[in-house]
Write a protein that binds this ligand. Sequence first.
Ligand SMILES: [Zn+2]
Ligand SMILES: [Zn+2]
Length: 369
Amino acid sequence: MEVTPNHTQAVAGWAAMDESGKMEPYIFKRRANGVDDVTIKVQYCGMCHTDLHFIHNDWGITMYPVVPGHEIAGVVTKVGTNVTGFKVGDRVGVGCISASCLDCEHCNRSEENYCDKVALTYNGIFWDGSVTYGGYSSMVVAHKRFVVRIPENLPLDAAAPLLCAGITVYSPMKHHGMLQAAGRRLGVVGLGGLGHVAVKFGKAFGLRVTVISTSPAKEREARENLKADDFVVSTDQKQMQTMTRSLDYIIDTVSAKHSLGPILELLKVNGKLVLVGAPDKPVDLPSFPLIFGRRTVSGSMTGGMKETQEMMDMCGEHGITCDVELVSTDGINDALRRLERNDVRYRFVIDIAGGLGCTDTSLSSRSRM
Ligand SMILES: [Zn+2]
Ligand SMILES: [Zn+2]
């Protein structure tokens, strides 16, 4: 846990300065690369719905200026003397977590995501007391424990969102035994950033996958592109009734307030529903569908570091990536506005290092304009 708080380096990034959420070029400081650290030149950073909540201070915990981004993919440019697992030139990523205590029951099981002292990759507090800044920036310094190798066959842009969207659905799938449940039936509620990856993972594990969505327009896409086996419009009661007691598992990715009642009816007896979307108002959870089917409702938040690497390697084996829309750094604000309307297929990824030549000097001159 060695840190070098007295040595810092200037980094160019993009930050929201206040609740308006408008992103502007911003120069800030990161710690120098410590003995256990890996410095990464950021190539791409995914835009997660969580970024919107933080830049607008929806949860009342934002520390401005906030540099968002926890779906970071890039190339190693420096490693500390204690680092053996990574070398300069390696393709790597950083997800939602940048530190944890490394010594509690959860950390010892590589469930760093459930550590009491977990520090988020941005808007978190690092070991040295400094505020963390995310991947909407030209480089990051990460402790080796929180760096993930990205397989050679996966393009970095389409792999970046796996570090949040991917692990968020993989972790509960693993925890509830879906990796060894070929032939069983999974329902995925909501076909967005998380949902589309859940469908791909489900198919890779040999599950029969049903997409449950409010928009009939997504059926063709779900079946043809994502290879979903079934599609149900959740507002169509008839369709929902034909699916009663048909599913073993449901992953609910919807972040708007909704009722779990009709969705729970789709589960078999003993079926399990996992919430990974995070509506900011309580969801409706009627007791009858729970009791009459001995069903379970649970939640899950991102994943541990060991399973994040495992997920990434599994994606390499199966050639799984996210479907992304690439955005230039000049297009960040437009993309955020579209993200607010869920108008994206399925994840925006910022081309940080791309066309605009995001070097520190070019950015600082633009920031003075
Ligand atoms: Zn995220
Ligand atoms: Zn811990």
